[in-house]
Design a protein around this ligand. Sequence first.
Ligand code: SF4
Ligand code: SF4
Length: 511
Amino acid sequence: MKVMAQIAMVMNLDKCIGCHTCSVTCKQAWTNREGTEYMWFNDVETRPGVGYPRGWEDQDKWKGGWRRTAGGRLVPRQGGRLATLGRIFSNPNLPGVNDYYEPWTYEYDTLLSAPASRTTPTARATSTLTGQHKDTIAWGPNWDDDLGGSMETLDADPVLHQMNLEVAKTIEYTFMFYLPRICEHCLNPTCVAACPSGAMYKRVEDGIVLVDQDRCRGWRMCVSGCPYKKVYFNHKTGKAEKCTLCYPRLEAGQPTVCSETCVGRLRYLGVLLYDADRVTWAASQKDERDLYAAQRDILLDPNDPAVIEAAKADGVAHSWIQAAQASPIWDLITRYQVALPLHPEYRTLPMVWYVPPLSPVVDAVTASGSDGENHKVLLAAISQMRIPMEYLAGLFSAGDTAPVERSLRRLAAMRSYMRDVFMGNDADETIPEAVGMTGDDVRAMYRLLSIAKYDERYVIPTTRTGMPPGITELEGCPVDYDVEAFHGAAPGATTPGAAPAGTRTLPLEVL
Ligand code: SF4
Ligand code: SF4
């Protein structure tokens, strides 16, 4: 067993309101420069839809991720090392600007400088690539937003195809939800394997996947190798760029910008311990439907004394082990088993997981004349949800509906159980029992998913005890934070409503 630590994220999709604040603040922090205009390290997609870049999930077309050979070996779907070198000057598997979109701005200055006239001045659209006027804007990074373009694009949704699903195409009857996406900081990243220059790397200390700008030669094999299409090519510098998981903030114990600014408070960040010796085993499962379970299987219980000893022997810092023990990610993935990985069939072992959306099932059941708050009725109705379970399974469990159904049943059970608690009735312990949980588990899960405070959602160990002398805040980062709350609290101190000691006020230790 080789114990390693990974910073991972979970997003609770029921709480995403599709406001795009995460995308905009990320852009402001990281890609507000020449050459990065079209890049969205964080984007929010409306599902069903084709996403950004267009149809990124169609790996028959883009050849991203890994393929398992008949002999059980993993090779990048775009080809091994020799094939990659053979295509170094002509990579056929790259999205073009039309698949992303041609970025544009508006001539805002016209609004201020136009002479007096009988008509209102207009700000014409201009391409930020060519500087030319754009008379029509026919595609953007979120063209499906709120199903706005979906009547045109729905048929091209790769998940609908893969799951052979027909869905209603009238806006009143179809379903939708939001899917925010960032780089998955995978345990088995194809982008790293595909890079001929060795510029892409995964940090040993926290698993963040980065591009060494000095070593990058701009071959773009990482762009085609990534099945999530989360590496981008900067056409000004000629280098690859990607989500950094805001590592300068994480190193200071702060959450990523997208998490910090998330209006729905649906993002969770924390440490996972995993067995690096079993990564290849987990990614090479013969049956794609076993990949989710195998991935969960290599995560190590941070409270197991044998794991703690092995982690110390492998150089994992004490503060990181403590953070793993308080990790909301561990709880959501393993203890409650409500979070699922995005497209485990790509075999990259992604580290951003999702709690699937329950959708308005209570309203639907009530509208059909039944008691939507009755847990027996509610649990039975999960399979008739407005969002088809098969669609969610196509996203989160390689088509296997069982993990999705377990997650949704647990979320529905939490709703029924907590309703009794808040109505002053006796808690009905048969509800958690029906979904394989205890009442205490359900209460703890409710707290984490519904009302968790900042320090419970983000349990991030730092590698230092404070800012360098003379610096009072992270310069250059546009997202502010409460300096006093962060630096002022004594270890172990608690404030009303704050997390238990041992989360953000972890004893700090230099690695
Ligand atoms: S999601 Fe991120 S880490 Fe995974 S393959 Fe793509 S760029 Fe690499
Ligand atoms: S900021 Fe949060 S709620 Fe808004 S779109 Fe992003 S993930 Fe969803």
